[in-house]
Design a binder for this molecule. Structure first.
Ligand code: ACO
Length: 161
């Protein structure tokens, strides 16, 4: 199992990984319009941490950093159906937190649907926002039917310990 940062930088390897991620997100998040998933996954302001077994992508998290505001919004997070509940979702999030530290980010925000709230809680996310409103207002959109959740990323905690 490996974790890698994937950006849409035009390399064939990354393009293939982004296509695989897009397919996993589309399958695991059937309520999301496919065009919306495609647009964000390939958007150059978005990045992804992909979970791979050999050359096969089995899951990932797509996020958009807002460096000036020191937070990132998690757009999509999913693990292939056959690989769920094996701890991969947790490991993936821990790798993303380490990546956030390298990028100087202090918070994650995400809109979690009812089903995903339990998963995000276990990853340290809360519906109570500690970030000052002015730090994120106007940067991320409002969604109906999903709960905004936040996770603080401690700069000196090693999330992979
Ligand atoms: N509700 C409650 N607890 C959950 C849920 C859930 N929906 N999903 C996982 N957990 C728990 C597990 O039981 C486990 O608990 P434990 O540590 O006490 O054993 C813990 O969370 C972590 O489980 P993992 O095995 O690490 O999680 P997994 O690899 O299954 O990945 C994920 C979780 C990503 C949510 C996966 O189930 C998935 O892809 N689901 C479908 C897509 C989805 O709902 N994605 C999130 C949508 S919101 C968004 O993308 C912004």
């Amino acid at each position: 199992i490996t974790f890698c940062l994937v950006e849409n930088n035009g390399t064939p390897e990354n393009s293939e990984r982004l296509v695989a991620l897009k397919n996993i997100f589309a399958k695991q998040l059937p309520k999301m319009p496919k065009e919306y998933i495609v647009r964000l996954v390939f958007d150059r302001r978005h990045r992804a941490v992909a979970l791979c077994r050999g050359n096969l992508v089995i899951g990932g998290i797509c996020y958009r950093p807002y460096p000036s505001q020191r937070f990132a919004e998690i757009a999509f997070c999913a693990i292939m159906a056959t690989e769920q509940v094996k701890g991969y979702g947790t490991r993936l999030m821990n790798h993303l937190k380490e990546q956030a530290k390298r990028e100087g980010l202090r918070y994650f925000l995400t809109y979690a649907d009812n089903y995903a709230i339990g998963y995000f809680r276990k990853q340290g996310f809360s519906k109570t926002l500690g970030m000052p409103r002015a730090q994120w207002m106007g940067y991320i959109k409002d969604y109906d039917g999903a709960h905004l959740m936040e996770c603080y990323v401690h700069p000196t905690i090693n999330y992979l310990d």
